[in-house]
Design a protein around this ligand. Sequence first.
Ligand code: PEP
Ligand code: MG
Length: 597
Amino acid sequence: MMVSANVEILPDTILIGIGASPGIAIARSYLLNRARVAGIERRILPDEVDAEIVNFLAAVARSKAQLLEVKEHAADQHAEHLYIIDTHLLILEDQLLLTATINLIRDELINAEGALGRTLRRLRQVFESIGDEYLRERSSDIDSVGDRLMRNLLGEVRDNLEGLSGQAIVVAHDLSPADTMQLDRGKVIGFVTDVGGRTSHTAILARSLAIPAVVGLETVSTQVASGVPIIIDGTTGTVIINPSPATFREYLARKQQYDYLEKELEEYRGLSAETRDGHQIALRGNVERNDEIVAARAQGIEGIGLFRTELLFLNGNEPPDEETQYLAYRAAAEIMAPHPVTIRTLDVGGDKFVPELNLLDEVNPAMGLRAVRFSLREGALFRTQLRAILRASAHGRVRVMFPMISGVAEIRACRHLLDKVRQELAAEGVAMAGQVPVGIMVETPAAVLIAELMAKEVDFFSVGTNDLIQYCLAVDRGNEHVAYLFEPLHPAVLRALAQVCRAAHAAGIEVSICGEMAGEQLYALVLLGLGFTELSMNPLAIPRIKRLVRQTTLAEARELVETLLRLPTAAEVVDALEGVMSRRFPKIFGVVPGLNP
Ligand code: PEP
Ligand code: MG
């Protein structure tokens, strides 16, 4: 569909959104009509009710058939992502969506599109109130399915990119995961959308397809017509419409450099993460679902350092039973064998909201009944999870990890329950591994201060820097007003990390780091120098961190940390570190000249 620009776009018009998938793409735009359709609500007569319900159910059936077709076509290329389409098919069967809409038609005497519109708005409100970003982003799945349903109800045909002749960057209000799976990668070399976040399924797909993408641009689909030259930088979230010749040349150079470095990364996949002076570093993955583990294996991953189990509890009904959990943990252990899988027990509360668990309405949830505190209070729920984990241990190298520990008494309470559960299972004749290492997340200042006491009680530490920084610096990790104070390189954080490592080494236990810091290239040498020999991160970050590990020595990293530990402010640490990293690894950290203002 060609749309003529009705506004003259100035050269180098810059829009900033959210970088959803890294890389640079330069091409002409192709505007895809994906404005969300709204149904018009209208009152109906009682004798029209049945016909409206039939229309609605026919739209549900059509939507299902379309998604099944997408699934069939995507089966080869996107095998590991088909679960997204399955999720959408499940939403189409969700009673909340179906029954609520049908009831509205019947009870309120409104037409099907009006009833569907109301149901979708209500569902969206529920999701928007969720604190956790990943879970909140699941509302985009409801939007995708809702939009498809509404279009089918209204008999609207979706623009399907058939008019695309050469290579282009797709510009759309929104793209559903199904749209993204159907993109012809020979032609679509990038996309930008008005809505969306980094953890939406569309963004996840774009990353695994290695298509640069910028989302959350708010108005790009109303500002750009088809056929306009456009540059997108999915790493920084920058979009440049109508670039000047100078900008074009600069981005072409950046693109060549980026593509070269990406190609180079391929070589690291099969290599071990060994420093130049022969120290082996274990690079592990943070995952929430088993299909992520399948994908992660391709990144040269040496086990799962953090299996977040909260998602399992978000199934829309009751908490998952023992069998469901056992099967999930067992599959993880089997997929990852012979490498370890570190299963973290339920970490709800704080910013992780799970509607199914009826959490208390607390004034200060970050310091409330969250994580292991919640599990210890909800004994039955905790036992079920521990039983499932121990049963799964018979099928691979399972480790168990407790979140948000703030004292030795909590560790002992957890271990006591774990021992009891083990005895119960043994009495039932259930197979388990003889040894299931027990560890804790170090993410409270208390855990740091008494790390040497904690180290005597467990087999390993894993530092959760996301929370540790929050509690150490008293900065809410999700509050944008104090985000400037969330400083991973604050001298207090560096000292805390050093202390945890010292305590773990003195006790001879393993110590890893599994917060977001572990996957950031800038911090790689700092963490090695501090003494971390295991880093757990988003699997996609592994090749980049491995490249740095293989190009440095532990001696160099230690020397760097010694210098940084002497500096009094985070800003000075950042300056010094950036200086060193851009001199040592100019291709990766080299300063690329910014755009002219
Ligand atoms: C952390 O706090 O650093 C961590 C890894 O756990 P989560 O982000 O799930 O709280
Ligand atoms: Mg945490």
